[in-house]
Structures are given as structure tokens and as C-alpha cells.
Design a protein around this ligand. Structure first.
Ligand code: ADP
Ligand code: ASP
Ligand code: MG
Length: 418
């Protein structure tokens, strides 16, 4: 017998038929003798609709009220799944964040889980009851509903798995595992049997939305074994017995991966904007004068490129921010124009950051150079580059996203044989 957390995302609970299918997955695990907690997302599209209503009510809305609105989608699915399970003879009870409780900090809209009391859920396991937990939400230190940021139900699931010391956390979604790149972008993407926490963390933070970044972080810190698998498989075709190995992709420690690749995957992140400040005086303190005020306004600056004029007297600074923050960033920079001392500010929207990730980059030289020439051959202009230990990223025009992702996927030998 094992203790398992199962998480079902939006498309997996999109309508009553899908919820009935999810209930069969849960029943299969219960029938196999396991203790089961389930975490559910809102029905697909629901959270977007709720966010839209909140924005419509007021663009400058109070974050606490935003949270009480957008958290409601998960309440509905938790109740519906509990009823459906009861209907097929599985003892089940729904739980909202505050009922467990899942305690978070006060960063409404992007709260972090601080503590979970899993004792009541564990107590009910003894009577065979299944806990159906509303994902994406908790209760903040000011006693109000708080949400965990988009895609946050993954994080709820891993945090609960850690709190109740589950043997496993299965993330059921609309793809049957983690692929070498988004399978919707590159049909030749290959499913990975295993991926290391470190690589998955990079993939997620560089745009692969299959898992929320924070969920991978938590799994790594607490040693939670995580699988990504499909909810669309026929529940009866899956073995849940004591020796069964879950289908899908296992997220695990680097040591558990025998066949290490130089490049493991490609990720992309849309909606990037670029800002260039031209003809700045090249003197100490200039970076602080630019990025200090931006940080104060919570603008997240990502890639930074600086180039100095031939005689060394002037410099240009180019950097990226999320497209949604561009207006705010340019306002901040305009307000500080004199202090910074730039002559011209230019900005561009509609860019994408494409990233190549792989542990093998630590020990192999020239990995990035291969990408630069492959992209050049396709006529794709690189606007900025950043590199770190196990990844590098290039900033390009969004029109070339698909071509760039597919080209890099091929050039690093990731294409499936079929
Ligand atoms: P859920 O609603 O179940 O949380 P998400 O839409 O958040 O599902 O995440 C699943 C989606 O992630 C897939 O449909 C896929 O398009 C996308 N995705 C992006 N990168 C990858 C990747 N490397 N492997 C698998 N899926 C990926
Ligand atoms: N429903 C939330 C969202 O769409 C949380 C989740 O699905 O993980 O972001
Ligand atoms: Mg998701």
C-alpha cells in the first residue's frame, strides 16, 4: 500500500464526462489499497474567465478580492469530484485551502505556501476516505483566501504530498509526460522517461508550463517523487498494483538518470519586450541608476546586454521585461531620464525567448555555438543572448518561434525517430 497524491489539471476536469473519468482513475488507486488525496484545478478556461471579470470590475482591483474571485473555480471542481466519487462508492470529502488549513504568506495573487496541517487528511485515511483538495489556494496570514499564481495547483499537490509524507505525487494532465519540447510546437518532440529536478526547474522557469516552477522547487527540496502522466488514458488499462511503475515522466535526482544527454530540452517563453537606452555616459553606477528604480516598481528585468562605443565614452543598455510590464517600465525610465542620462529610449514588443537546457552543458564546450549557426542558417536574427551553467537563451522575433524551436530540436538530436 502506498500514500499517493493525484493532481488533475483544467483540461482533465473540463466537463462532467472528464470528471467521471477522473473519478475512475481515483477509484482505481483506492481499489488497489492506496491512501489517496486528490488535488483539482478549475475547469479549463474558468480561471481566465474569473480573472477577466475581476479586471472588468476594476483594472486596479484589490488583490485580496481578486483572490476570493479566482479561487472559486477550484471549489466547484472539488465539490463535483467528491460527489462523483461518492456516486461510484468511494468515500470522499472536499477541502478548501482554509479548511485544511494550507497557510500562505500575504502575497495575494502569487502567495507562497508556508505550512500545511495534514493531520486531518491522514486521520481520515484510516477510515478509507479520499480527500479532494481545491488546488491553487490557501489562507494567508491576514485570514483571507490567497491564490498561488497561475498554474498553482501543481504546487498545491506537491506541498500536500510533502505535508502528508506521500510516497508519490502524480500530476495528471493533457499530455502523457514531459517532452523534449512543447509537443504542440514541435510534432517531433519526444517523451522523456526521466528528467532531473534541476533541468525541470529550468524548463519550467523558461516557459514549459507543464509544471509550475514552484512545484518543482518544492519537490526538489522535500524529496517528493513526481510523475507527469496523462489523464486521458483509459483508467482500467493502468496497473496500480504494488509493483507497478507509473506511466509518464518521472522527475528525479540527477543521480537516478543513467543516460545523460548534453541537451535535454528546449523551452520558449512568449510576450517578451525589449527596451534599449542609447548613448548613456559610460561610468560607474549607471546600471544601478537604471535597474534600481525598475526593481522598486517590481519590474522583472531578464536579459541584459551592454555595448560600449568605440571610444569608450558612451554605452547602450538593452534589456528585456515581460510585455505586460513594458509600459510601466518605460514610464519609470522616463521619470528617471535625467538621473540616468540616456539620449534615446527605444522599445519593441512581440519577442520570444527560446532556451536550450541540459546538464551536459556543464562539461561540454561549444554547445551554444551550434545553435547560433543553426539559427543564422535559417535567417533568424538573435537580439540578445544569456547563458548559465545548464542553459542558454536567445531572444528573437516571435514570428520565428516555431522555426527556431524546431531547428534547435533537430540540431541537438532530440527529434523522435518516427
Ligand atoms: P494542466 O491544465 O493539466 O495543468 P497545463 O496546460 O498547465 O495543464 O500544462 C500542460 C501543457 O503544457 C501541455 O498541453 C503542453 O502543451 C504544455 N507543455 C509545454 N512544454 C511542455 C513540455 N516540454 N512537455 C510537455 N508539455 C509541455
Ligand atoms: N486554475 C488555476 C489556473 O488556471 C490553477 C491551475 O490550474 O493550476 O492558473
Ligand atoms: Mg498547469
Amino acid at each position: 500500500m502506498a500514500r499517493i497524491v493525484l493532481k488533475f489539471g483544467g483540461t482533465s476536469v473540463a466537463d462532467m464526462d472528464r470528471i467521471r473519468n477522473v473519478a475512475r482513475h481515483v477509484k482505481r488507486e483506492v481499489d488497489a489499497g492506496h491512501e489517496v488525496a486528490v488535488v483539482v484545478s478549475a475547469m479549463s478556461g474558468k480561471t481566465n474567465e474569473l480573472v477577466g471579470w475581476a479586471r472588468d470590475a476594476s483594472p486596479m482591483h484589490d488583490a485580496r478580492e481578486y483572490d476570493s474571485i479566482v479561487a472559486s473555480g477550484e471549489q466547484v471542481t472539488a465539490g463535483l469530484l467528491a460527489i462523483t466519487l461518492q456516486g461510484i462508492g468511494v468515500d470522499a470529502r472536499s477541502w478548501l485551502g482554509w479548511q485544511i488549513p494550507i497557510r500562505t504568506n500575504g502575497a495575494h495573487g502569487a502567495a507562497r505556501i508556508e505550512d500545511i496541517d495534514g493531520s486531518e487528511i491522514i486521520k481520515r485515511f484510516e477510515t478509507g476516505q479520499v480527500a479532494v483538495v481545491a488546488g491553487f489556494q490557501g489562507i494567508s496570514d491576514d485570514n483571507r483566501i490567497a491564490t498561488l499564481g497561475r498554474g498553482g495547483s501543481d504546487t498545491s499537490a506537491v506541498a500536500i504530498a510533502a505535508a502528508i509524507k506521500a510516497d508519490r505525487c502524480d500530476i495528471y494532465t493533457d499530455v502523457d509526460g514531459v517532452y523534449t519540447t512543447d509537443p504542440r510546437m514541435a510534432p517531433k518532440a519526444r517523451r522523456l522517461d526521466k528528467i532531473s529536478f534541476e533541468e525541470m526547474l529550468e524548463m519550467a522557469s523558461l516557459g514549459a508550463k507543464v509544471l509550475q516552477v514552484r512545484s518543482v522547487e518544492l519537490a526538489m527540496v522535500h524529496g517528493v517523487t513526481m510523475f507527469v502522466r496523462s489523464s486521458f488514458d483509459d483508467p482500467d488499462s493502468i496497473d496500480s498494483g504494488p509493483n507497478a511503475k507509473p506511466t509518464g515522466t518521472m522527475i528525479c535526482s540527477e543521480e537516478d538518470i543513467v543516460e545523460k544527454q548534453v541537451v535535454t530540452g528546449i523551452a520558449y517563453s512568449r510576450d517578451e519586450a525589449q527596451i534599449s537606452l542609447r548613448r548613456l555616459p559610460d561610468k560607474p553606477g549607471i546600471s544601478a541608476a537604471i535597474f534600481g528604480p525598475l526593481a522598486q516598481e517590481y519590474v522583472n528585468v531578464d536579459m541584459i546586454v551592454q555595448s560600449v562605443s568605440e571610444d569608450g565614452s558612451y554605452t547602450d543598455m538593452t534589456f528585456t521585461v515581460p510585455e505586460g510590464d513594458m509600459e510601466k517600465a518605460t514610464k519609470v525610465l522616463e521619470a528617471n531620464k535625467e538621473k540616468i542620462g540616456y539620449e534615446i529610449m527605444q522599445n519593441d514588443k512581440g519577442l520570444v525567448k527560446v532556451s536550450v537546457i541540459g546538464m551536459g552543458m556543464r562539461s561540454h564546450a561549444g554547445v551554444a555555438a551550434t545553435a547560433f549557426s543553426a539559427l543564422a542558417e535559417k535567417g533568424i536574427n538573435i537580439r540578445a543572448i544569456t547563458t548559465s551553467e545548464i542553459k542558454f537563451s536567445v531572444l528573437i522575433d516571435a514570428d520565428y518561434t516555431e522555426l527556431a524551436v524546431r531547428t534547435l530540436h533537430t540540431v541537438y538530436g532530440l527529434d523522435s525517430a518516427a
